[in-house]
Design a protein. Structure first.
Length: 368
């Protein structure tokens, strides 16, 4: 059985690698064309060809992370269909490869693809994406979102803070910061403005220079405003650079742990975390979709192919994979709008396709 397992694993890994590299080359080509258009317009001063190539190279891990499940599906379908067409799978079955042993063999292979997808999605891709954004911001000016930047909230004792960060500079530090402090009754206590903040070792923000307006109100309702112009001001906060990145950038580019911490921060400060909860569970379940893709591919080994008919079945499998991604996105949007249970919203497409593929597999096995 070890020989059979090595044969199947080797064939599928080679096919998946070939498909993934083909797709990746296509994405790199389109990214490079887009960057060359940016260069031709002289949009960013100092942004040269080597920077464009580096930027495209840094985007490759993200593309590979997105492409791995669909590449697993196409590669596995091709191998299973070719085995069936050449009667190799029939020979393997007579050699002791029963239906459930075949499913177990693909399940073991799926562990490798799940691990690779998780490593790319949680370690390599977030780091490379951040480096790409910092490279671009070095010439573009800063990483921003819209015209208002990112808004975050935090509660500290008897005070509540509403923090606005317009963007991140090329070093990943917050720029153009606006901090409003309120008391528990919603009255404004202070306004703090600063063009730049640095992160200290204890997690605080060191803002410099600082323009502060402190509002003092006594029991007789007399009030006065204290104006402070400080070279620097240290603000203790639990808002991290990862949280700012989550607010400024797409949450699917974050590490799972960072997304979880940001989700808890939003919930603790009375903000809606539904979108980020759904994205967190999608990040958790996304690597497992490689198992779903292998399960979808296995029934193709039990079909009867005529000469030249393999391409049609592979195309049908690709359409099934695309429909899985579409259903995944539809469930994500609907779950966010209808406040569905986040983990169920993220897991439902995989559960539906797993049940359908296993039912198809069981029907084909019983029909033999």
């Amino acid at each position: 059985m070890k020989t059979i397992r090595r044969l199947i694993h080797g064939e599928i890994i080679r096919a998946v690698s070939f498909v993934a590299l083909g797709f990746l080359a296509l994405f790199v080509f389109f990214d490079l064309v887009d960057q060359l258009q940016t260069l031709s317009k002289n949009k960013f001063q100092g942004y040269q060809l080597q920077h464009a190539i580096m930027y495209v190279a840094l985007l490759m891990p993200s593309h590979l992370y997105e492409l791995l499940p669909i590449s697993v599906l196409i590669g596995a379908i091709f191998v299973m269909a070719r085995f069936a067409q050449s009667s190799e799978f029939t020979i393997l079955r007579t050699g002791g490869l029963g239906p459930w042993r075949a499913l177990q063999t693909l399940f073991q292979l799926g562990l490798i693809f799940v691990a690779v997808t998780f490593i790319f999605g949680d370690y390599i891709s977030p780091w490379s994406d951040r480096q790409a954004q910092l490279l671009k911001s070095h010439y573009q000016g800063q990483i921003t979102v819209g015209q208002t930047g990112a808004w975050l909230r935090e509660k500290q004792g008897q005070s509540q803070f509403a923090v606005n960060v317009r963007g991140l500079n090329s070093s990943g530090q917050p720029e153009n910061i606006h901090i409003n402090e309120f008391d528990n009754e919603g009255r404004l206590k202070s306004i703090t403005l600063s063009p730049l903040a640095e992160y200290t070792e204890d997690g605080a923000w060191l803002l410099k220079p600082v323009d502060r307006r402190v509002f003092h109100m006594n029991e007789s309702q007399d009030s006065r405003v204290e104006i402070l112009n400080l070279p620097e001001w240290k603000w203790q906060t639990e808002i991290t650079s990862e949280m700012i990145s989550a607010a400024l950038l797409s949450p699917d580019r974050m590490k799972t742990l960072d997304l979880f911490q940001y989700m808890r921060h939003l919930a603790a400060n009375g903000q809606s975390a539904q979108r980020y909860e759904i994205e967190f569970w999608r990040k958790v379940f996304y690597p497992l979709s490689c198992w779903v893709m292998l399960t979808l591919a296995l029934p193709f080994a039990y079909l009867h192919f005529r000469s030249g008919n393999i391409a049609g079945y592979v195309f049908g499998g690709v359409m099934a994979g695309i429909s899985f991604y579409l259903l995944n996105n539809v469930f994500g949007f609907m779950g966010n709008l209808q406040n569905w249970q986040p983990w169920l919203t993220a897991a439902a497409p995989a559960m539906i396709y797993s049940i359908v593929s296993l039912a198809t597999f069981g029907w084909l096995v019983l029909r033999q």
